[in-house]
Write a protein that binds this ligand. Sequence first.
Ligand SMILES: Nc1ncnc2c1ncn2[C@@H]1O[C@H](COP(=O)(O)OP(=O)(O)OP(=O)(O)O)[C@@H](O)[C@H]1O
Ligand SMILES: [Mg+2]
Length: 260
Amino acid sequence: MKAKVITITNQKGGTGKTTTSLFLAYGLADRGKHVLVIDLDQQADATFSLSQGKQYDDSGKTSFELLTGETAAKDCLVPINLLIDLIPATKQLAQLDVALAQNNMYRADLLKDAIKSIKSKYDYVLIDTPPALSILITNALTASDYMVIPTQADLYSIKGLADLAQTIRQINNKKLKVAGILIDRYNARTVYSKVAADLLSQGAATLKTKVFDTKIREAIVVKEAEHQFKSIYDYSKRAGVTKDANNFVDELLEVIQNDK
Ligand SMILES: Nc1ncnc2c1ncn2[C@@H]1O[C@H](COP(=O)(O)OP(=O)(O)OP(=O)(O)O)[C@@H](O)[C@H]1O
Ligand SMILES: [Mg+2]
């Protein structure tokens, strides 16, 4: 079976894209799934977390070379554990636009073509993206079956959904579906969070999707686990936010299961 490709994206910064990518990577692996994480963000946060602080600047085997076609996908794979592989990012991605334009390669299907040969090795391919609408996002979305949009329950996030909808309309990929909007750093105790969550639900309709029932609460263990380079499921099995993350993985799998 071919992998399902899922892009985790939001052009707004700090909305929980990398955190959600990690919840999914470790969560799917805990369910016995074989996962590939592709880091397309020049900040390389997912790379840093998964590889416990390692950097790949001079390796020549990163998502930059994958996209420029200099290195084949199979040679970019870094094994993280038995079930998770990573294609790392470096800050060189900041120069991708220029490199592609100079080589007449400014296309949206580079990533899709580049991972064709390795997709069958995995159940899921997760793509973590930078906080900007760029050639990286169009490549991620062109290669994907689904997208997940992590967001916060606040006004700027609601406003940002319209821009995202516009981007999606420009992608030449009939398969692409928005699996859902995931509210991260949720505080169920404030009235405002609830109001904003309701507004996000209305915004979801423009993207022909829904807000996931599961919301990820704001909790310090997320940062603590991150600090120790640990999966949240290992770091704090019983924490409320770990339950949220698990429920989210299950809810996403259900969406994918029902989409046949
Ligand atoms: N539920 C949560 N509770 C507490 N802290 C959280 C939670 N989710 C994310 N964070 C923290 O918020 C910060 C931003 O999260 P993250 O890096 O996942 O966002 P991002 O969208 O990937 O950011 P960027 O746009 O810079 O790539 C991180 O320090 C992370 O630890
Ligand atoms: Mg990030």
